[in-house]
Each structure stands twice: as structure tokens, then as C-alpha cells.
Design a protein around this ligand. Structure first.
Ligand code: C6P
Length: 500
């Protein structure tokens, strides 16, 4: 346990953003998500008046938290606030919803710190998928029978839930895909092929995942366009002036990750979009690492395309979504062709369906779309603001504790960040550290994180990357830090046979 208070300044900065444009009305999660109530038994009573005793607050930072509303599932609603971050909601109640967390790995309690790679699924999601297969399974948009209608409702209902979650104007602007990678490829292959001409420029960022590098790099080669890369500073933040200098009337698209997967950097997406617009460029946001950790409002951002993966937000693998502005989707050619994406076919000609169906050829992944809808309901019930606040706390706690371990070098120190920490140890390759932590039941990613250019900017090929979710606890972080301490001791003394 840490004995000093955690610096919450980064948390408050991002919280201020939340207060400016809240995604969900505070205390009104139930009405925004109609299935609210399922979790209610696990939490305290849902009185609307939280007795905030400001005299018990220790600082202005804490006062900011007191000024914000809590969802009806907040642990704090009927308690005076003496904020230490862990009290935001009842983590143990949340953990009961995630069956996979309750197992031993290598004889130790599993500690899942690989949330940036994929998140675990609550039983509400698992049950929604099972229910779909037990009761509703059918192909959709085609047959006239009852199961087809139920399955179609489930699939289109999930599209509406995605729309609501990212505040898109219309469900017709939501295309289901397998995930972020497929979504970025869809935009590169449709928007890119149609609108990018030789000599045009595409801007990406040093912080990007390979999924937002390779498709644009390949397209640039194919179209004889130029790929320009925004540099980052030593903290792991994009440099706004450098970005400005890359923009020009030749810029056709700017595509970047809203949150970096290696250092957790939140990039100033809204400002960057505004800047791109001044040059008439379109913008794609890779939301793979942002959507589960911070509120997303595509209308507030005024972004042209927003792409994310379901599996990073407690939904199954194999499902994700692309948001695209209606006027743009109408202009774009189909991405794949076949059944489901047509209005009429003859051997001479095909009339394509309207968006989003024009971009969803073949039988879609209905069950996992239903699972995605259930996951968004779940996150909505807990409250994305509560999640963001608690995860910031965990991250600051972990950074502070790891930073105190002799030999640990934290990599990247962005001022605005989500729940990812990267570090290295001297004399010991990151994958070895990952294996040693696995012996302790601690699952995290240790490697290049599919972001080699970002790591090479820091002279590294790999880091150890714990990444946190709202079901993690400070006790788990304490266990990881203890294990890292032991590993660091051995690494320092270059012991040939490392065992912890
Ligand atoms: N990052 C990680 O461990 P897919 O694989 O399509 O669901 O997501 C790709 C992707 C795109 N952008 C960002 C910023 C990402 O972090 C990821 C996936 C995982 O960091 C797996 S490599």
C-alpha cells in the first residue's frame, strides 16, 4: 500500500472535460439504459441525494469529485465522501459479474492486467449470447418467420445501442465490422481508393497501432500518395505545432488513435480534428483504446469516421463498429459485395442497398452484435464517468508504486492518459518479465504491443505493459509491484536462474 496521497491532477483535467459535455446525465443512467435495475441488488440504495460533506474533503481536487454526480450504482451515494479513488463503486460486486476472474493460474489468483489487449466478459454478455443461440438464432433481414424477426431486432437493436453509446446522429451511420482493424481497412479501401489521388497526403501519428499504419501505408503506395507522421515528445504526447506544420491543402485524411495503447496517451482529438478541418481534410479516429475508458461523443468531436472493437469494451471478439457521417457513407463505394448489401441484382447490373447495409455483405455476426449491445448496456449501467475516474486512480496508484521500485524505468509520461502503464527493467527482456509475472498468476502484455514505431521513438523494442479495467483493484497492483520488486532485485544482480 502507498502511504502518500495520489496526485489526482490528471484525473481532474479529464474530469473537467466530462463535466463540459457529459455523455450520460448524472444520476440518470437508468433511463438512458432501459435494462437498468439488474445490478441494483448488488449496490447501495438509489437515493438521489448524496450527502456530500465538504468539510471532510481534503483538497480542491477532491471537491471536484464531490461536485459531480454519481450513477445509481455508485458505491458512494449514501456515504460521506473521503475520496481515495477506490470508493467510486463496489469493485467486489462488479467482480462477481466476471466469472473468468475467479480462477487460479499457476496456483495463484488470476490477476488480469491485459485489458488493453482484450477485456473479460461479464455474465450479462455471456448470457445474452447464450440466450440468442438458445432462443432467437436465425439469419436476418431475409425470412418472414418469428425467429428471423427476433434475430433482426436483436442485431438492429445492437446497432442502435452503439449509436447511443457514441452519440451518433443516426443508426444508419453505424456499420458492423469484425473490429478496429477491419474498420480502418474498410475506410482506407472505400474512402481512400475513391478520394486519394497521386500527390495527396495522409497524416497518421507516431503513437499509432500497426492497424492504423499499415492500411494507410499500403494505400499511399497504391495511390502514389504521401504518408506523413506526427512526431511525439519525450512524454509520449503528440506535438501540436509539428502536426500543424504537416497539414496542407493536400491533406486528404488524418487518421489517429484517440488513445495510444502503449503509454495510454489521450491525444487532443477535438483540437486535432478542428485543425484538420481548416485544411478541408477528413478525420478518422481509431477508438480501440478510448471507447471503454473515456466518454466518446462523435457529434461533439465532429469526426468523420470513428472505429472501435467490441472485445476491448467487454463484448465478444469478432464484432466492432465503424461510425461514418451519412453524407460520406452515401458517397463511398461498397467494401465487399454479395448478399445483404443489394437492392436488386441482374446479370448486367447491381443496385446497392443504402448504408449501412451497403457495407455489410453476407450473413453478419448477429450473436456477437447482440453481445456488444449487452456489453454497452453493462458499461452504461456502471457509468463511463465512474469507470474513467476509478481507472485513473488505479493508473496513478500503479505508476506511483512501480516508480518507487529500484530499477524500474517507466516509459512515457503523458499528462492526459488512460489506464495503461509501460515499463522496462535493466538486464531483463520484457517478455521474460512477462513470463515471470505469469508464474504469479499475473497476465499482462510484454512485447512490442503492435506499435513498433511508437516504442522505437523511445529507443525500445519491447516494454512490460499492465493495463487496468474497472474490475481491477489496488490489492492486485500491490501484488504485481511486489513481484516486480523481486524480479528487479534478481535482474539487478544478474542472477542466472531467475525464480521468484
Ligand atoms: N491493440 C493491444 O494489445 P483489433 O485487433 O482490430 O481489435 O484492434 C487493433 C487495434 C487498433 N488500434 C489500437 C490503438 C489498438 O490498441 C488495437 C489493438 C491490442 O494493444 C492488440 S494488438
Amino acid at each position: 500500500m502507498l502511504d502518500e496521497p495520489i496526485d489526482l491532477s490528471g484525473v481532474c483535467a479529464s474530469f473537467r472535460r466530462l463535466q463540459e459535455s457529459p455523455l450520460l446525465p448524472a444520476g440518470d443512467v437508468g433511463s438512458a439504459f432501459p435494462e437498468a435495475g439488474e445490478l441494483a441488488g448488488l449496490f447501495f440504495a438509489d437515493s438521489d441525494d448524496v450527502p456530500v460533506e465538504s468539510s471532510t474533503l481534503r483538497s480542491a481536487a477532491e471537491q471536484e469529485f464531490a461536485d459531480t454526480g454519481y450513477s445509481r450504482y455508485s458505491f458512494l451515494r449514501d456515504q460521506p465522501i473521503t475520496y481515495d479513488g477506490r470508493e467510486t463503486f463496489d469493485v467486489q460486486a462488479i467482480r462477481k459479474d466476471f466469472p473468468i476472474l475467479h480462477q487460479k493460474v499457476n496456483g495463484k489468483d488470476l490477476i488480469w492486467f491485459d485489458n488493453a489487449a482484450t477485456t473479460q466478459k461479464p455474465r450479462q454478455v455471456i448470457e445474452a449470447i447464450a440466450r440468442y443461440y438458445e432462443r432467437d438464432n436465425s439469419n436476418i433481414h431475409r425470412a418472414s418467420h418469428a425467429l428471423a424477426a427476433r434475430a433482426t431486432d436483436g442485431y438492429e437493436g445492437a446497432r442502435e445501442k452503439v449509436r447511443r453509446f457514441i452519440n451518433a446522429p443516426s443508426a444508419e451511420e453505424i456499420i458492423f465490422v469484425r473490429g478496429t482493424t477491419e474498420g480502418i481497412n474498410l475506410v482506407a479501401q472505400t474512402f481512400g481508393r475513391k478520394l486519394i489521388q497521386p500527390g495527396d497526403e495522409i497524416i497518421i501519428s507516431t503513437l499509432d497501432h500497426h492497424a492504423n499504419i499499415v492500411p494507410w501505408q499500403q494505400l499511399a503506395k497504391e495511390r502514389s500518395a504521401k504518408l506523413l507522421v506526427i512526431p511525439v515528445n519525450d512524454r509520449g504526447e503528440v506535438i501540436p505545432e509539428a502536426y500543424e506544420s504537416l497539414l496542407s491543402p493536400r491533406t486528404r485524411i488524418v487518421s489517429f488513435a484517440q488513445v495510444n495503447n502503449t503509454f495510454g496517451t489521450i491525444v487532443p482529438a477535438k483540437t486535432m480534428i478542428d485543425m484538420a478541418k481548416r485544411y478541408g481534410a477528413r478525420v478518422l479516429i481509431d477508438g480501440a483504446q478510448s471507447v471503454a475508458h473515456t466518454p466518446v461523443d462523435v457529434q461533439d468531436l465532429d469526426v468523420d469516421f470513428f472505429v472501435f472493437s467490441g472485445h476491448k469494451i467487454y463484448a465478444p471478439t469478432g464484432i466492432g463498429a465503424v461510425y461514418g457521417k451519412k453524407e460520406l457513407l452515401a458517397l463511398l463505394p461498397p467494401w465487399q459485395s454479395g448478399g445483404n448489401m443489394i437492392k436488386d441484382v441482374t446479370f448486367e447490373e447491381t443496385i446497392f442497398n443504402d448504408p449501412p447495409h451497403k457495407f455489410e455483405a453476407g450473413t453478419p455476426n448477429v450473436a456477437d452484435a447482440v453481445g456488444l449491445g449487452a456489453a454497452l448496456d453493462y458499461v452504461g449501467r456502471v457509468g463511463i464517468q465512474n469507470i474513467e475516474r476509478y481507472e485513473h486512480y488505479l493508473t496513478e496508484y500503479a505508476r506511483r508504486a512501480l516508480g518507487q521500485v529500484d530499477g524500474v524505468r517507466l516509459v512515457g509520461n503523458p499528462r492526459e492518459r488512460v489506464s495503461v502503464v509501460s515499463f522496462v527493467l535493466p538486464n531483463l527482456p520484457a517478455p521474460e518479465v512477462g513470463k515471470l509475472l505469469d508464474q504469479e498468476g499475473i497476465a499482462l502484455r510484454a512485447g512490442h504491443h503492435c506499435a513498433q514505431p511508437a516504442l522505437r521513438r523511445f529507443g525500445l523494442e519491447a516494454t512490460v505493459r499492465p493495463s487496468f479495467s474497472f474490475y481491477n483493484t489496488t490489492d492486485e497492483i500491490d501484488k504485481m509491484v511486489e513481484a516486480v520488486k523481486k524480479i528487479a532485485n534478481v535482474a539487478f544482480s544478474s542472477h542466472p536462474n531467475i525464480r521468484i
